[in-house]
Every structure is written in structure tokens, then in C-alpha cells.
Write a protein that binds this ligand. Structure first.
Ligand SMILES: [Zn+2]
Length: 446
């Protein structure tokens, strides 16, 4: 077990009531915010609710003063923001989506009241449509790990020890820090065996990745007995549907317990499974999660609806009632684990691959290719027409040059083999009933 220094009670209370609007461009978690984070974690429910209501009022006041997009949106709908006092009042506000931002210039939706060295992030486009944004606290790695590996506390670790736990992750974006070992999705798929050797050498306690990636890792480990054994105590997956069969396969092959979590690229981890593995406990106190019908009215517990998120830590580019494109439902019943945080179940996330002979291409590989063209390719759909033909339906900001078309074609040849690749510029890619566009489509199977 790692050793860490606990915080004093005085520090905790100082953190909780020191509620300045974060002034740094990235909401840095250097003190006092990290104290605030632990204080919130240990605070009783009514204190959390008090903190959330106060932060919400600060955020809305800030957005109406400093973010022209919100000011105009709320004025056009004649909304009196003073009526929004607490999280349940959010229903008075309009829903925003990626499209709300796409038609506006940047200075319309970022904080213009101060100079910022903006650190932009971009979603990887696994939903078929990359989106650039400035993150709130979720952009801070210490904070994001604190939320994402919260389940370890039920095994006896303390919150301040999480940064000392050895975690290997196969992800889209690099973050190399002490006690963290990173392999990019691209690196993994280009040479899985070498990646497996490096991960095994690192000896992680936790192995983290997308279900499709960990399944591929398991397949390689089983196919090649000469590879060293990766024996994490836990595997953590996110970003795609985790089927019962996939959970069992990963758990059995690696000899570990599999924890699934609900995270979004825009706001990081929102929900985490407990040892019961029955839904995600909503444990991120700085993001308000609503499940609503299409009009924005709250869905009853157990009733499926769209998921709206409000990031109470993001004053740089406020996202208030942001429709992230997922749907799900809330479970209010008590969980056998004893945690009081309600649970959410998610319907409609991505998990897809296409086979070409012996080769399989995964949606993440496609996302990685289009990420290199994120300023140009706004949305895409990868369609397998037959065993020898791949159609790329692309919504682009302008006509692709011949060189760009060739680069994209080559990148697909590299992952799928010498098949026919047909890029096609389209105006629109229709969404599936869950609201997310379908990025990977197999027409050859129809
Ligand atoms: Zn539970």
C-alpha cells in the first residue's frame, strides 16, 4: 500500500468554503482547489448540495456577463437567470449541443473577461464528429484520476494515494507522468505484441483501455504464449459498450476484476461502477447530470432520456445543459454497496469494428486517422460495402486536396490492407436513434 499524507480537518474546511471562481486558465488543481476536491469528497450530502447550488449560481452569473453566446441565447428566450438557484432549476435553461457552438466564432463562447492561455482539447471524434473545447477540471490529470480510480478507495486506498498507484493506459491522448504508463491506440494497433511486452514490464496494478482494445490485447496474449503475462489486479474500461461476454473474457484472461466507467471526453469521468457492477454511481460532484425527455423536462427514475451535463468547474468555456449525445436512465434505488450516489445506466455508446479478411479495423483507429484532419473533416462515417471496398462518407469544411485524399486512403490501406477505399464528400451524416451518428457501418452484412 502506498503512503500518503492525510489532510487536516482545518485544511478540509478551508477548502470547502474557499469557493473563488477558478482564475487560472486551466482550473489548476494546485492548492487550494485540490483541498476543495478532497473536502467535497468527504463532505456530507447537504454540504455538497450547498456547494453545487452556489457554484451553479456563480457559473450562470459569469456566463451571462462574460460569454456572449449565453447572454444572447438566454435573452432571446427571455429567461430570468435569477430564478436558477439550485440544480433542479436547470430545467428553466435551454439545452445546448455541439451545434450551438459550431456556427459561432470562438470569442462568442469563451470567457472574454480575462486573458487566457487557452489550452484546447478536442474530442477524438469517436462519435463521428470532432469537437474542440476548453476543458474544466476534467482537463487536470490529478483530478481526473481522482474521479476515475475512486473505486480503489473501497479496497483500502486513500484518495491522496491514487497518484502513486501504477496505472497502464492504452488511450487516444498521451499523458506521461510518474506511475502512469501510456501506449497510444495507434501504437497499440500497429504493434500489439511490443506494446504488451512494455506493459508487462511496467507491472501495472490497473490496466485501462477501451473494451475493443483490451479484447484485442487478450486475443493476442492468448494467441502467443511466448508473450509475458500482464497481471493487473484491476482492468478499467470506458468509452464503449462493455458486454457481459467481453467483461468475462477480459477478467478471465487477465485474472483481474473489470470495472467499467462512464466518461465523456468533454467532462471526463462522471460515473463509476462499484463492486456490484450494476450501473455507474454518479460520483463527480463538479458535473451535474440530468436525464430528460426531448423537451428538457426531467425523466422519471428508470425512464430513458437524453443525458445533459453541466460542468461547474468550467468558467473558461461554460457548458451548461450540454447534450453530450448519450442516452440513459437513472436508478434511485439503494445499491447493495452502500454508496448513496444515484446510479446511471447508459444506452447507446460506440463499439464497432469491420473485418477485411484476417484484418480487423476498429472505430478508434478510424478516429485516430481523422484526428489528423480534424480541422477539415468535421464528421465521418466508415462504411464497409464489401470484403474489398470501404466507403468513407465525409462532411468536410472544404474540398479535400488530392494530397489529403491520398493521405487518408493510404492511412486506411495501412490498417485494412489493399482494399478499394472510396472517399465521398457528403452534406450530412444522419444520427442513429440514440442521437449519435453511426461512425462504423457494415453494409456487407446486410
Ligand atoms: Zn454500488
Amino acid at each position: 500500500m502506498c503512503q500518503g499524507k492525510p489532510l487536516s480537518v482545518i485544511e478540509l474546511f478551508y477548502g470547502l468554503f474557499h469557493m473563488d471562481i477558478p482564475k487560472t486558465p486551466r482550473n489548476s488543481l494546485r492548492k487550494p482547489q485540490d483541498i476543495e476536491m478532497y473536502a467535497l469528497y468527504y463532505a456530507p450530502r447537504f454540504i455538497k448540495e450547498y456547494w453545487q447550488a452556489k457554484r451553479l449560481r456563480q457559473l450562470i452569473k459569469h456566463a451571462t456577463r462574460n460569454i456572449p453566446l449565453y447572454r444572447d441565447l438566454l435573452a432571446s428566450k427571455k429567461i430570468d437567470v435569477r430564478r436558477v438557484r439550485k440544480p433542479t432549476d436547470l430545467r428553466l435553461l435551454p439545452i445546448i449541443t455541439k451545434e450551438t457552438f459550431s456556427g459561432s466564432s470562438v470569442d462568442m463562447f469563451v470567457d472574454n473577461s480575462r486573458t487566457m492561455n487557452q489550452v484546447w482539447s478536442s474530442t477524438s471524434g469517436t462519435s463521428g464528429k470532432p469537437f474542440s473545447f476548453i476543458p474544466g477540471l476534467s482537463g487536470d490529470l490529478t483530478y481526473s484520476d481522482f474521479i476515475s480510480f475512486r473505486f480503489l478507495l473501497s479496497y483500502g486506498w486513500y484518495p491522496w494515494e491514487i497518484s502513486e498507484i501504477k496505472i497502464a493506459r492504452i488511450k487516444m491522448h498521451r499523458d506521461n507522468r510518474e506511475n502512469r504508463f501510456f501506449v497510444s491506440v495507434q501504437e497499440f494497433f500497429s504493434d500489439p505484441d511490443a506494446s504488451i511486452v512494455r506493459i508487462a514490464e511496467f507491472k501495472p496494478l490497473v490496466l485501462e483501455g477501451f473494451p475493443s482494445v483490451l479484447l484485442e490485447l487478450v486475443r493476442r496474449v492468448e494467441a502467443n504464449p511466448s508473450l509475458p503475462k500482464i497481471a493487473p489486479r484491476f482492468a478499467v474500461v470506458m468509452g464503449e459498450v462493455l458486454t457481459v461476454a467481453a467483461r468475462e473474457r477480459i477478467s478471465k484472461a487477465l485474472g483481474c476484476e473489470v470495472y467499467n466507467r462512464y466518461s465523456t471526453e468533454e467532462m471526463g469521468t462522471l460515473g463509476m461502477e462499484c463492486g456490484q457492477h450494476d450501473g455507474f454511481h454518479l460520483i463527480n460532484d463538479v458535473v451535474l447530470v440530468e436525464v430528460t425527455d426531448d423537451t428538457g423536462a426531467p425523466a422519471a427514475p428508470g425512464e430513458q432520456g437524453k443525458i445533459l451535463l453541466t460542468d461547474l468547474s468550467n468558467f473558461n468555456m461554460p457548458l451548461i445543459r450540454y447534450d453530450v449525445g448519450d442516452s440513459g436512465f437513472i436508478i434511485k434505488d439503494a445499491c447493495a454497496c452502500g454508496q448513496l450516489a444515484p446510479r446511471i445506466k447508459i444506452a447507446g455508446r460506440h463499439s464497432a469494428s469491420l473485418s477485411f479478411g484476417a484484418r480487423r479495423i476498429f472505430h478508434l483507429e478510424c478516429a485516430a486517422i481523422f484526428e489528423a484532419f480534424s480541422g477539415i473533416v468535421l464528421q465521418y462515417q466508415v462504411v464497409k460495402r464489401s470484403d474489398s471496398e470501404l466507403l468513407l462518407r465525409l462532411v468536410t469544411s472544404r474540398e479535400l486536396t488530392e494530397a489529403e485524399t491520398l493521405d487518408i486512403t493510404k492511412a486506411f490501406h495501412a490498417i485494412a490492407g489493399e482494399i478499394r477505399v472510396v472517399p465521398e464528400r457528403v452534406k450530412l451524416i444522419e444520427s442513429s436513434p440514440t442521437g449519435k451518428s453511426q461512425t462504423i457501418v457494415d453494409m456487407s452484412a446486410v
